[in-house]
Design a protein around this ligand. Structure first.
Ligand code: ADP
Ligand code: ZN
Ligand code: ZN
Length: 809
């Protein structure tokens, strides 16, 4: 028999699926979805079996080398979904298949070296320094490159020579990370009476053995670690007891539970009339529609969206259906997890990046085996192998983290639509600030729009003050805290309440701003903020490639205080301490949260009121719920506003709304201070008013005028190479050819430099397709790239395609 295998082939290879012979030894153990090791060129690579068949047009065929794991990790649905992802996002099939499984199931390649047995009988005629290493390799037979280097660091420079002489051979080994955690148990092999007798015959000096046996009089088994610590004994004290046949040691697989705590269950809350209506509409769609239309639940922060999700899921569970809940990584807080665990207990599986590989693998297997039915996780949880999907929920649906920025460059929202369609399940997108795209679709009727306009309980929306930083400067106040913010902070310290200070730095790029009038430099063709490039001391547009000289004075007010803007959390912390002596600050940014668990530790410390201020980047903007927080300060709203991105206004509006939602969620009323150099900007004004609908109406006109999504779609083709001329020429040829395939409405922009123009000495440029309707776009792109293949191959240019990019790198 023959297996079609999607292999981990280099990206440049045209084919990704190859035929292999199935050796007899594997025979019927190999099925569709099996993970295998196959020879590929001179290497060994991992692959997934896509199909088993009787014949192949190719010959001679190589044999499959090994099967990894007995149960196939991929179900039919997952294989089909991976094929869909690969096609839709122009990504390698193997990478798409891999996206379906947790990381421990992804092969890790290791370089190994092996002694060439042909040289066994020959004397080594080599230099003394070589001899030592070769003798070592000969003794070992084979070993990993890494462990050899550890022992002989100088082996690195000698290996090429050995390889050339063929005294040693090289191979790639695949390490299978898919192992459950095993735990050793010690069990009593005889009944307590026999044990008692044995205890009596033990010499009095064997105190440790005696302590062990005494413990077994009461209980039948202990984990090895536990019995040793309780008896204060060592493993060797167990051995005689085992050899006497009194005890035995066994090994069991244990599943790691990422949240060890068991939460007290809570009951569904009686829904408010508003919630009730939303809930009924969602379930009615499930009952009545063959393929229920997706829902967009637009509900202000604290309006009880999560409670609606919980109750919809519960209804699905009663019918034996499974649920997937996606939340942005940063809002996967312990609080959020607790709410789901309280309602669904053991049925909840968590999938997110803060789990260890092992934990994630175990959670994934619990889903696979049908032990967990409610999956709560970040983006990749959309591929959770639930069998009978009833509902998918995407909370904070506007978040950019739902888009994966590496192969496969999928959008979890789109994958969710695809899975929901296949399962005829519900899909609920929820947000206080829906993305322009989703809301526009909802208004056009492609998605059903639902609203929650009131906060549950006595929570009221906080008052938002917008401070004009230009005014502050004109009046000689140069601190990064305005006078209003300083006064409000002082009040909080006196009243012993807490505050959150936020510095938005996501996708931070250097833009140029006039500190006197707030003017920023924009592209004359795109209405998009120009980005400052230090190397060329110029301003450039990342959409169309427009470039101009850096200005010396503000074109609007002729002030010379126009320059790049940058502030960091550390600097703010310093200044806070200078203003208020003894102020207790918890800083949360990349630096302080890089270690595992740091995030939770800092947050819970703030929750215990061990600090007055929580200071951080946007990672603290959402999902937090602290009763004592009555003030939120946004240090510089403009940072978000002047990103080189047509979504800048939308992001700024979202941020202010989210931030405002953090204050005054409980009895104490909240206040928000937003500082800005352009306080009159509609995104800041409407964010402060927390008026989503008005914002949408305003923004949608701008998108229409500029020809941006949702009116047009964008696809980015990204190229990388060491030399700019090569890159630009390749992109020009590509764009030229592509234009001939596309319809009249479609434009191809570029070449333009990417936001990060150079990484590791490779330049990054792109061109962008802006289109309304190009059903065959992927085919056209493929064709244009194939025709460019010779140039790409020859020069080693790297290319990838990004559909509907969310972030413009
Ligand atoms: P959102 O997800 O829209 O921010 P939540 O579902 O978190 O809103 O609700 C906000 C708060 O109100 C939570 O503390 C939640 O437990 C509570 N809550 C939600 N719905 C109800 C209800 N029907 N009755 C009582 N409390 C509720
Ligand atoms: Zn100016
Ligand atoms: Zn431009």
């Amino acid at each position: 028999m023959i297996a079609e295998v999607a292999v981990d082939a280099p990206l440049s290879k045209e084919r990704e699926v190859f035929d292999y012979l199935i050796p007899e030894s594997l025979g019927d153990r190999l099925v569709r979805g099996s993970r295998v090791i196959v020879p590929f060129g001179r290497r060994k690579v991992e692959g997934y079996v896509l199909r088993i068949k009787g014949e192949s047009p190719y010959s001679p065929l190589k044999e499959i080398e090994a099967l990894l794991g007995e149960e196939p990790p991929l179900s039919e649905e997952m294989i089909e979904l991976a094929q869909w992802v690969a096609k839709r996002y122009f990504s390698p099939l193997y990478a798409s298949l891999q996206a379906m499984v947790p990381s421990p199931l992804r092969a890790k390649y290791e370089r190994w070296i092996r002694w060439n047995r042909e040289y066994d009988e020959m004397p080594l005629i080599v230099l003394p320094e070589e001899e030592e290493i070769l003798t070592y390799i000969r003794e070992k037979g084979s070993l990993s490159y890494k462990s050899l280097l550890k022992k002989f660091p100088r082996a690195d420079s000698l290996l090429p020579l050995f390889l050339e002489r063929k005294t040693i051979l090289e191979e790639t080994r695949i390490r299978d990370g898919a192992r459950g955690k095993r735990e050793k148990l010690v069990e009593r092999k005889v009944n307590p009476d026999v044990l008692k007798e044995a205890l009596d015959t033990l010499p009095g000096t064997a105190t440790k053995q005696r302590r062990i046996l005494t413990l077994f009089l009461e209980e039948e088994r202990f984990p090895l670690k536990e019995i040793l610590s309780r008896a204060e004994a060592l493993p060797e004290n167990l051995n005689p007891l085992v050899s006497k046949g009194l005890l035995r040691i066994t090994e069991h697989e244990v599943l790691r539970d990422p949240t060890k705590t068991v939460f007290p269950p809570d009951l569904p809350k009686a829904l408010t009339p508003e919630q009730g209506e939303v809930y009924r509409k969602i379930l009615a769609a499930y009952e009545k529609e063959k393929e229920p239309k997706p829902f967009l639940l637009h509900g202000i922060t604290g309006s009880g969206k999560t409670e609606v999700y919980l109750q919809v899921i519960q209804k699905m569970r009663e019918r034996g259906k499974d649920a997937i809940v996606l939340v942005p990584e940063i809002s996967l807080t312990p609080l959020m997890v607790e709410r789901f665990k309280r309602r669904f207990g053991e049925e909840v599986a968590l999938l997110h990046s803060a789990l260890s590989d092992g934990e994630r693998y175990d959670e994934w297997r619990r889903i696979m085996r049908g032990d967990a039915h409610v999956v709560v996780g970040a983006r990749s949880a959309i591929f959770a192998p639930v069998q009978d999907l009833g509902v998918i929920i995407i909370d904070e649906e506007h978040e950019t983290t739902y888009k994966q920025e590496e192969n496969p460059r999928y959008h979890a929202k789109e994958v969710a639509m695809e899975r929901a369609r296949r399962h005829k399940s519900l899909l609920i997108l929820g947000s206080a600030t829906p993305s322009m795209e989703s809301y526009a679709h909802a208004k056009a009727g492609r998605i059903t729009l639902l609203h929650l306009d009131k906060r549950v309980g006595q929570g009221v929306l906080p008052t938002v003050h917008v401070v004009d930083l230009r005014q502050e400067m004109r009046e000689g106040h140069r601190s990064m805290f305005s006078r209003l913010l300083l006064q409000k902070m002082k009040e909080r310290l006196e009243r012993k309440e807490q505050m959150i200070l936020l510095l938005n730095r996501r996708g931070y790029s250097t833009f140029v701003l006039c500190r006197s009038c707030g003017h920023t430099m924009e592209c004359p063709h795109c209405d998009i903020t120009l980005t400052y490039h230090q190397t060329s001391h110029s301003l450039r547009c990342h959409y169309c490639g427009h470039e101009e000289k850096m200005v010396e004075e503000c074109p609007q007010c002729h002030s010379r205080s126009i320059r790049q803007l940058g502030v960091g959390t550390e600097k703010i912390e310093e200044e806070l301490k200078a203003h208020f002596s003894g102020i207790r600050v918890i800083r949360m940014d990349q630096d302080t949260t890089s270690r595992k668990g740091a995030h939770e530790r800092l947050l819970s410390s703030f929750g215990r009121e061990e600090a007055d201020v929580l200071l951080g980047t946007q990672m603290i903007a959402k999902g937090l719920d602290f009763p004592k927080v009555t003030l939120v300060g946004l240090i510089l709203a403009d940072i978000g506003l002047h990103q080189a991105d047509f979504r800048a206004a939308e992001r700024t509006f979202q941020l202010i709304t989210q931030v405002a939602g953090r204050a005054g969620r409980h009895q104490l009323p909240g206040e928000v201070v937003v500082q800005s150099y352009s306080p009159e900007h509609y995104s800041i004004q409407l964010g402060a008013a927390q008026d989503y609908r008005k914002f949408f109406d305003h923004e949608i006109r701008i998108r229409k005028k500029g020809g941006y999504p949702p009116f047009y779609r964008l696809t980015l083709i990204h190229f990388e190479h060491e030399e700019i001329p090569v890159l630009v020429k390749a992109i020009q040829r590509f764009a030229e050819e592509l234009r001939t395939y596309l319809s009249g409405d479609t434009v191809v922009l570029g070449p333009a430099p990417s936001q990060i123009t150079r990484i590791k000495d490779r330049y990054r440029y792109h061109c962008m397709v802006k289109y309304k309707n190009e059903p065959k776009l992927m085919d056209h792109l493929k064709r244009a790239l194939e025709n460019l293949d010779a140039i790409i191959e020859k020069n080693g240019i790297q290319v990838h395609i990004d559909m509907d990019p969310q972030v413009y790198f």
